[in-house]
Design a protein around this ligand. Structure first.
Ligand SMILES: Cc1ncc(COP(=O)(O)O)c(C=O)c1O
Length: 396
């Protein structure tokens, strides 16, 4: 057989999806599975986005400009303006999801062998994008005991080498739900200015912040224009994961003109999805207020339910719709598989994402799982109760 690349062999499989065959087998046996593993919101897509695709007048589904249609980008700039982020349409490249924005950002700022510092636990696919780009992830550990707050500056500075090109944060965080404060963002800004690095912020969950705390973007830091890059997406904001639209945003002109060359190589972001996403920008504030209230309620219900399980530790999230939960087990990977293969309670079980895949330091997070609270409250309560019953009988 012809040889598969080293890169391909090192490409990690998704910790969120790797247990899918076991869940499918459980369902085939007739067991109901509650999916707490994946951040696919059950919230309805705004009707005006669906209608826009239904009634468009295109006769040919042509390519758009590689950076996305100009009308759409002008409206995106207005969206940022409303969020106190001052950019114009030339600072924006529309991408095929936030995923492609991440790939373009990596390609634009790093060569093979370069390093990127990322507070861990982090969105597992950062590992995949790094492997695909030949880049080394240098993790800086944030801890459940500190609610996953930004690690001290010295810990970043100790990790900076001549190969470091960027710091990547996710704000609010997947998988931690941690929301960085303005002071923490400004601390990071000082580090990247001092060492002349990029600060890439994945802000795809910007709208999902709770308890009246405000999101502060890296694009709002004065004097950071050359360093700040934002990854964005319509996937979660409008519950449009399948539209595959995201954006790359920076006021650094060289960064944008270089990223545009990557965008040109793949020709265009999806045309119909841009029509839906442009319409989605008109979504009324009431939609977000309702969605936010729903997630906050779910989070509170989940926290209360988890607190009833002996030996469980959880960091309360302030944003996004995930949390990391420490379990009284040795290996959450084994436990998650056991839940699907061997356990049922009233003919029901749960699928969770083992958290070790969200770390790149070997051996860390082995007894943790990530829960996505994208299910209705009642299902969350049932699912946590199943976890509780499972932990009563599970033997490591
Ligand atoms: C933190 C984070 N960034 C980026 C993405 C990529 O999303 P998409 O490619 O759907 O925009 C996700 C998806 O779950 C995510 O959680």
């Amino acid at each position: 057989m012809p040889k598969i690349s080293q890169k391909g062999q090192h490409m990690p499989s998704s910790p969120i999806r790797k247990l899918v065959p076991f869940a499918e087998a459980a369902e085939k046996r007739g067991t109901t599975v509650f999916y707490l593993n994946i951040g696919q919101p059950d919230i309805k897509t705004p009707q005006l986005a669906l209608d826009a695709v239904r009634i468009h007048s295109l006769e040919t589904i042509a390519y758009t400009r590689s950076e996305g249609s100009e009308d759409y980008r002008k409206k995106i700039a207005k969206y940022y303006e409303k969020n106190d982020i001052h950019v114009n349409h030339n600072d924006i490249i529309v991408t095929t999801g936030g995923s492609e924005a991440l790939l373009f950002a990596f390609g634009t700022v790093m060569d093979e062998g370069d390093e990127i510092i990322i507070p861990e636990p982090f969105y597992a696919n950062y590992n995949g994008f790094s492997t695909a780009s030949g880049v080394k992830v240098v993790p800086v550990i944030s801890k459940i005991e500190d609610n996953f707050a930004l690690p001290p500056i010295e810990e970043f500075e100790n990790l900076i080498t001549s190969k470091t090109r960027a710091i990547l944060i996710c704000n609010p965080g997947n998988p931690t739900g941690y929301l960085y404060s303005e002071a923490e963002i400004k601390t990071l800004a000082e580090i990247v200015k001092k060492h002349d690095l990029f600060l890439i912020a994945d802000e795809v969950y910007r709208e999902f912040v709770y308890d009246d705390v405000k999101h502060f973007s890296v694009l709002q830091v004065p004097g950071l224009d050359e360093h700040a890059v934002v990854i964005d997406s319509v996937s979660k904001r409008y519950s449009m994961c399948g539209a595959r639209i995201g954006y790359l945003v920076s006021k650094n002109k060289t960064f944008i003109s270089t990223a545009l060359k990557f965008a040109q190589a793949r020709l265009s972001p999806p045309t119909l999805a841009q029509i839906a996403s442009e319409a989605a920008l008109e979504t009324p504030q009431s939609y977000f207020d309702e969605v936010k209230a729903e997630y906050m309620q779910r989070r509170n219900t989940l926290m209360t339910a988890l607190e009833t399980i002996p030996g469980v530790k959880v960091a309360k999230p302030n944003g996004a719709f995930y949390c990391i939960v420490e379990l009284p087990v040795k290996n959450a990977d084994d436990f998650a598989q056991w839940l699907l293969e061997k356990f049922e309670y009233n003919n029901q079980t749960v699928m969770v994402a083992p958290a070790a895949g969200f770390y790149s330091t070997p051996g860390v997070g082995l007894n943790q799982i990530r829960i996505a609270y994208v299910l209705h409250e009642q299902s969350l309560v049932t699912a946590v109760n199943i976890l509780k019953e499972a932990l009563k009988v599970y033997k490591d």
